[in-house]
Design a protein around this ligand. Structure first.
Ligand code: PMP
Length: 420
């Protein structure tokens, strides 16, 4: 079957407008470590995927899932030690009094619950997020996401504050905190009250702007003084990706009331969780109970536990620090007239391109770079309000040698791509 036929078949079976990467979508059939192969046998370094966190098809995760699948898979209405062992292992890595979890299947579900936790604790509905984010696809969280505006407009209990942008706000978070304070006042004045602020502590979907630890200090004070919950969406920076810390919120230096996790948790098996202090959990359980048929099932728990063990046993947080620093060093040596900034932490990094001194985003140019990188066997993404930031977020097992192949390709592509 040709790519064209396959694309047509997808449209026939899945409907129109199903997102794919690349002008000619890639048809992957196999993966191992930080590499994947297409149906024609062509290999790529996967610089995009944070889901296969410990590497595509890691044998220990595959084995843990296979064994548990062959033994039993049920749900949390029956007693099973797997989910308990996992929650113990996961919460042992969290501070701030967070010691309990609800297991779910996606980051969207986790954030959906986090919103209801904030409502249960405060008795209010007003919620704040940034104006260039994505927190998931349920009805409740999709209205915090600015990729597609909701039909009928944004609900009145939602306030979206301007996202920090790397090239524009080197102010240490002062403006962001003031914007949050203003949004809280508006929500209170409108009668919704304030339940919480949800944000990614690395502002991953916003384009991971340059921030130093402390950036959110004033914001956290504002949120807590107003009685709201601080919800850290760790779907992207969590599980050691930033190299220096296991969690984005510990790197930036805030104490969240609720932490949500997903994507990298179980290396591709659909697992997410909401982590909270016992007082927050008690308020939620009293208001809503909650059951999730697939969340925390024995296979999910086995896969997720194996991921934590591999992170430790293979020193993957240290690897993220080492390989990430190497990539950043190589990117800092790149010279190109449109290159405005290179930045990142651990294995989450990128480069921002602009057309002129007015900082006009070089969006089409970055799209072209991503396409040409694919041509050189490297998969990566783009991010930011204008899609002018290259986004690299490879599996945590990427080696220095693989990183060098990525950087060599980037150097070549920058030299070859015509200027707009
Ligand atoms: N939060 C953030 C920050 C995300 O980037 C995403 C997905 N890209 C989600 C939540 C939603 O996760 P899922 O797709 O697993 O529902």
């Amino acid at each position: 079957m040709t790519t064209e036929t396959r694309v047509a078949r997808r449209a026939r079976l899945m409907g129109p407008n199903v997102p794919t990467f690349y002008a000619e979508p890639v048809h992957l059939v196999r993966g191992l470590g930080a590499e994947v192969w297409d149906a024609g046998g062509r290999g790529y370094i996967d610089c995009y995927n944070n889901v296969p966190h410990v590497g595509h098809c890691h044998p220990r995760v595959v084995d843990a899932m296979a064994r548990q699948s062959a033994l039993l898979n049920t749900h949390t209405r029956y007693l099973h030690d797997g989910v308990l062992e996992y929650i113990e292992a996961l919460t042992a890595r969290l501070g701030h009094g967070i010691s309990q979890a609800i297991m779910v299947c996606t980051g969207s579900e986790a954030n959906d619950i986090a919103l209801r936790m904030a409502q249960a604790v405060t008795g209010k509905t007003g919620i704040i997020a940034t104006d260039n984010t994505y927190h998931g696809n349920t009805s409740a969280v999709s209205v915090l996401s600015t990729r597609r505006p909701p039909i009928g407009g944004y609900p009145a209990h939602v306030r979206l504050v301007p996202a920090p942008e790397a090239l524009h706000v080197p102010d240490g978070g002062v403006r962001f905190a003031a914007d949050v304070a203003r949004a809280i006042a508006e929500l209170k004045a409108a009668g919704h009250g304030f339940s919480g602020l949800m944000l990614c502590p690395y502002f991953a979907n916003e384009g991971f702007p340059v921030m130093a630890p402390g950036f959110l200090g004033e914001t956290a004070l504002v949120v807590k003084a107003a009685g709201g919950l601080l919800i850290a969406d760790e779907v992207q920076p969590g599980f050691g990706r930033l190299g220096s810390h296991f969690w984005g919120h510990d790197w930036i230096g805030i104490a969240p009331d609720v932490v949500t996790v997903g994507k990298p948790m179980a290396n591709g098996y659909p697992v997410g969780a909401v982590l909270a202090r016992p007082d927050v959990m008690a308020a939620f359980r009293a208001a809503f109970g909650y059951f999730n048929t697939f969340g925390g099932n024995p296979v999910a728990a086995a896969a997720a536990l194996a991921v934590l063990q591999v992170i430790d046993d293979e020193g993957l947080v240290e690897n993220a620090a080492l390989v990430g620093a190497h990539c950043l060093e190589r990117m800092a040596a790149l010279r190109h007239p449109l290159l405005a900034d290179v930045r990142g932490k651990g294995l989450f990094f990128g480069a921002e391109f602009v057309l002129d001194a007015e900082m006009t985003p070089a969006s089409a140019f970055v799209t072209e770079l991503v396409e040409r990188m694919k041509g050189k066997g490297i998969l990566m993404g783009k991010i930011g309000r204008h899609g002018n930031i290259l986004k690299m977020r490879p599996p945590m097992v990427m080696s220095v040698a693989q990183a060098d192949r990525v950087m060599d390709a980037l150097e070549a592509v920058l030299a070859e791509t015509p200027m707009p």
